[in-house]
Design a protein around this ligand. Structure first.
Ligand SMILES: Cc1cc2nc3c(=O)[nH]c(=O)nc-3n(C[C@H](O)[C@H](O)[C@H](O)COP(=O)(O)OP(=O)(O)OC[C@H]3O[C@@H](n4cnc5c(N)ncnc54)[C@H](O)[C@@H]3O)c2cc1C
Length: 417
């Protein structure tokens, strides 16, 4: 019996999983490599970071997701580099040969040339990041309760979010709600209402990918939640416990970075052209120039589609890419030419606190409470796993009526935290 072609997928995120599923009935052997044993639903990471949900609510083991797909083997491993000439994926502790390779490793933070800022600001990409943010925020309140030093207390109760995209907006809104609703009555010596939340955005408006009226509605909602929004404010320094922009300096013990992303570092091992954000410039079917057997998809890829649309770094972009690459691989097996990618914009949305969201669909847009309901139902529906959907729905309903956040645990002490 002829051996089946080996398809290796790196990354069990939105793109990689969709590619694996598209190969369900194909006569190929799929190996999916990920450094983590779970898929993370990143759009709800901010809820874990702000104690609204627990880590397991938004993650699902890759083995469980793929257990019924017999042509897939899942490997827990860290991919280090790609040997294009030798057609092998090199792991930190071994190697995997391939006939076809799909790289779907996502993105990492970009500190805009200031890698030293990473020491002072927290990023949000993984469950570990989210737990660390949660720990630092809750600890800040605990330390504020105990300190006798007024300046230190003020810095502990100041939360700075850098970057006015959806993650920054969602984090700032949640930080404000923690101060004014969740913790309002839990302390005796401090008044959590005194907490200050600053959202700093370099551009002239929040949510630049959305229509201008939605950006304005977002700013107004955040200000209603007592968030101070700084626009046209480019951060020039992040040092120990302070952020500088323009002629302002804010003393803050909790600084969250939601400003920039770049393609996953493994892209640099390919030796091909990358764009300014470290993403791989791919051909219209996501293949690598000169290597039709290698595909790069999702947040790692830079592509303007067949209709001239720049494919955005969002879940639907990665999923649609994964699906197309999987289908094209099947086509290739019987000699059919690959189809080029055409991005289908299904809409974008962001939530601001417990009762407001902005939703921009291809034909219409809306904001307010119904937008929030729409956002909530859609996110529950998109979660992987029936148990996750049920738990999240119940936790949100409980939080809605009680104003509480159930996952307020300080756990996971980092050695140098
Ligand atoms: C906080 C946050 C909020 C977001 N909110 C939204 C939103 O509301 N809506 C939206 O559409 N998009 C949102 N996004 C963006 C969206 O999550 C990404 O566009 C999407 O996840 C990209 O999919 P991907 O498959 O390219 O990468 P990912 O989903 O990031 O998956 C990458 C996978 O590769 C693995 N990996 C990486 N490097 C290696 C390696 N060297 N070896 C082995 N495994 C590796 C990782 O463990 C991970 O499982 C958000 C992102 C973040 C961080």
């Amino acid at each position: 019996m002829a051996t089946r072609p080996k398809v290796v997928i790196v990354g069990g995120g939105f793109g990689g999983l969709e590619a694996a599923k598209a190969l369900r009935d194909a006569p190929v052997e799929v190996t999916l490599v990920d450094r983590r044993n779970h898929h993370v639903f990143q759009p709800l990471l901010y809820q874990v970071a702000t104690a609204g949900l627990s880590p397991a609510d938004i993650a699902e083991p890759l083995r469980r997701i793929l257990r019924d797909q017999e042509n897939v083997t899942v490997l827990l491993g860290e991919a280090e580099r790609v040997d294009l000439a030798g057609k092998r994926l090199v792991l930190t502790d071994g190697e995997v040969p391939y006939d076809h390779l799909i790289l779907a490793c996502g993105a990492s933070h970009s500190w805009f040339g200031h890698d030293e800022w990473a020491e002072h600001a927290l990023g949000l990409k993984t469950l570990e990041d989210a737990r660390e943010v949660r720990r630092r925020v809750l600890l800040a309140y605990e330390r504020a309760e105990r300190t006798e030093d007024a300046a230190e207390r003020a810095a502990l109760l100041t939360f700075v979010v850098i970057g006015g995209g959806p993650t920054g907006v969602e984090m700032a809104g949640a930080f404000a709600e923690i101060a004014h609703l969740t913790l309002a009555r839990d302390f005796r010596r401090i008044d959590p209402h005194q907490a200050r939340v600053h959202l700093i955005e370099a551009g002239p408006r929040l949510l630049p990918a959305f229509a201008e009226d939605l950006s304005a509605a977002t700013k107004a909602s955040l200000e209603k939640l007592k968030v101070t929004v700084h626009l046209n404010a480019r951060v020039t320094a992040i040092a120990h416990d302070e952020v500088r922009f323009g002629d302002q300096t804010i003393a803050a013990k909790t600084i969250l970075w939601a400003a920039g992303v770049q393609g996953a570092p493994i892209a640099r091992t390919l030796g091909v052209e990358l764009d300014r954000a470290g993403r791989v410039k791919v051909r219209p079917d996501f293949s690598l120039e000169g290597h039709p057997e290698v595909f790069v998809i999702g947040d790692m890829a830079a592509l303007t589609d067949a209709k001239g649309v720049v494919v955005p770094g969002v879940c639907q972009g990665a999923m649609q890419a994964g699906k197309l690459v999987g289908k094209n691989l099947v086509r290739g097996l019987d000699g059919t030419a690959p189809e080029p990618f055409v991005y289908r914009d299904l809409g974008i949305m962001a939530t601001i606190g417990r009762a407001h969201a902005v939703v921009q669909l291809p034909r219409f847009r809306f904001s307010g409470f119904f937008a929030w309901l729409f956002w909530a139902f859609l996110h529950v529906a998109l979660l992987i796993g029936f148990d996750n959907r049920l738990v999240v729905m119940i936790e949100w309903m409980w939080a809605w009526f009680t104003f509480d956040r159930g996952a307020r645990l300080i756990t996971h002490e980092r050695p140098h935290g």
